[in-house]
Design a protein around this ligand. Sequence first.
Ligand code: IPD
Ligand code: CA
Length: 267
Amino acid sequence: MHGMVNIAVRAARRAGELMIRQLNRLETLEITEKNRNDYVTEVDYRAEEAIIEVIYDHYPDHSILAEERGQQGNHEFQWIIDPLDGTTNFIHGFPVFAVSIAVTHNGQLEHGVVYDPLRQEIFTASRGQGAQVDGRKIRVSRCHNMRHSLIATGFPYRGNKQHLDDYLAMLKSVIVASSGIRRPGSAALDLCYVAAGRVDGFWELGLDIWDIAAGALMIKESGGRISDFQGTDAYLHSGNIVAGNPKIYAGLSKLLAPHTRNLDQET
Ligand code: IPD
Ligand code: CA
């Protein structure tokens, strides 16, 4: 395992421990609403600080882009951190949340780690080296047919509600064409589940780079496809994502295409 992946795993586990400890006393959790339906808890802050401390212990010069702290430094290596992906779930004790850490080198994704502290599953990937869960190689599913596919998604529920109608049209097409839809509530884990073949495809609008950087590398390294709705690599910045095994990625992209006109104009 690459040294940076080791450090990311150590940092993610430390953040995960904080979450598990707090989960037994959610009633004392301090919660702030940053914007409508956009919450942050003391655990997001503490987990982020713990992760950054581990990284700086080993790589004091590297840059950081973290959900709560923002951008810091100007180094060729950048660590992109979502300390708690699935904050809304966490606040409610709904057991789907994760830590997501990615490393880029001159803007290119090099490493990704996603940790699910409840299942104690650790997803890892390095560019050109494949993707693993708990050290076991993962591949996207072999499902070839939209009709048999299980698709994950995320609903627009805060600032991105201006596209709610387009999203609902997409949802309707996918409900009709697939065998089922899931909305677990952590985009980082959704992408890992595509990589591990637990779902066959995923789409969402307006995600942030820290939600998706690590998971995107998992998909690429497990034989999957990921892009924005025009099929380009700009998804890390627009946050508009369609992903899946190659067949389902193609099927899903085709289904979503008629409803992406308004989004295309923005990206
Ligand atoms: C959110 C989760 C959710 C997705 C949202 C994200 P957060 O991240 O990934 O599944 O639908 O768009 O913002 O706010 O819990 O870190
Ligand atoms: Ca997130």
